[in-house]
Design a protein around this ligand. Sequence first.
Ligand code: DC
Length: 224
Amino acid sequence: MKKPLVTIDGPAGAGKTTVSREAARRLGYSYVDTGALYRGLAFVAAGKGVGPDDQKGLARIMANLTLKFEKDKKGDSRLLANSRDITDHLRGNEVSMLASAVSALPAVRQWLLDLQRNLGRDGAAVFEGRDMGTVVFPQARFKFFLTADPAVRAKRRHAELVAAGREIAYEKVLADIITRDTNDSTRAVAPLKPAPDAVILDSTKKTVDEVVESILALVHEIHE
Ligand code: DC
């Protein structure tokens, strides 16, 4: 029997990346960060001077762009844009805001839909994003919605940016997280929301390990 898909959706800074990566590692599944695809498009567009409001410019870019994940020697996933490794350019705050803006466009979501479904066709994967359980893989066997208080999410994201050597005030990170929450959950197409059959996990007072344990407990209980 084909191994199942696990989807983990939720707002920025809820801990999806760390949790998804660890859950995938412990399950022996692959891990797919779909936010990286939106970030990748936003980064490439910004490099060509195309902003999120320029739909024609974005259409031209999408027509000539192939995004692909590849594993490096350590087994970490890298994102290639027409063969150029852009992974190290994706996590900055500016790219986050641009990614949120381009992700509201139906043409962008459509462009990434087949690519994401293709990546999930063999099962045995943990997909992280905003609409994994609602739109991209509505048939996924295990769906989670990971959330946390905005202040806690901003604190985590701020620590991550500072650790990466980026200077930014906590207040700015909090304000941007709130803007992104609003953008991502109020857009017309595939807004951020829990699938009706998703298990909601609140990580405000939980460690990564505790959240991962809750996910694995459910996957093992139902699947084995
Ligand atoms: O998960 P992330 O912070 O890397 O995602 C960056 C932006 O991309 C996020 O603000 C909204 C968008 N996104 C989306 O709309 N759908 C997804 N499945 C993943 C990300």
